[in-house]
Design a protein around this ligand. Structure first.
Ligand SMILES: [Zn+2]
Length: 80
């Protein structure tokens, strides 16, 4: 799986919004690719922080806003 594709899928991965085969492919890539793993860990930590906050004042849309404010992902369709 291509790095860009993995980075594109990470938010879904963290939300567990994945088919088992997509999940396996991303997990396999994260094992081999440090850059994507670091990105994943940073994202996971952020989500963890948000989820550990009291539910009041943290509507889902806020979390989504934060997720979409993460470093820009290039929209090239360069999959092979
Ligand atoms: Zn990668």
């Amino acid at each position: 799986m291509h790095c860009r594709k993995v980075l594109e899928l990470l938010p879904k991965f963290i939300e567990n919004d994945f088919s088992p085969s997509e999940r396996a492919a991303v997990e396999a890539h994260l094992k081999e690719c440090e850059a994507c793993r670091l990105e994943f860990e940073a994202m996971a930590r952020l989500v963890e922080t948000l989820e550990s906050l009291p539910p009041i004042g943290v509507p889902r849309s806020f979390k989504e806003a934060v997720m979409s404010a993460l470093p820009p992902q290039k929209k090239h369709s360069d999959e092979k």
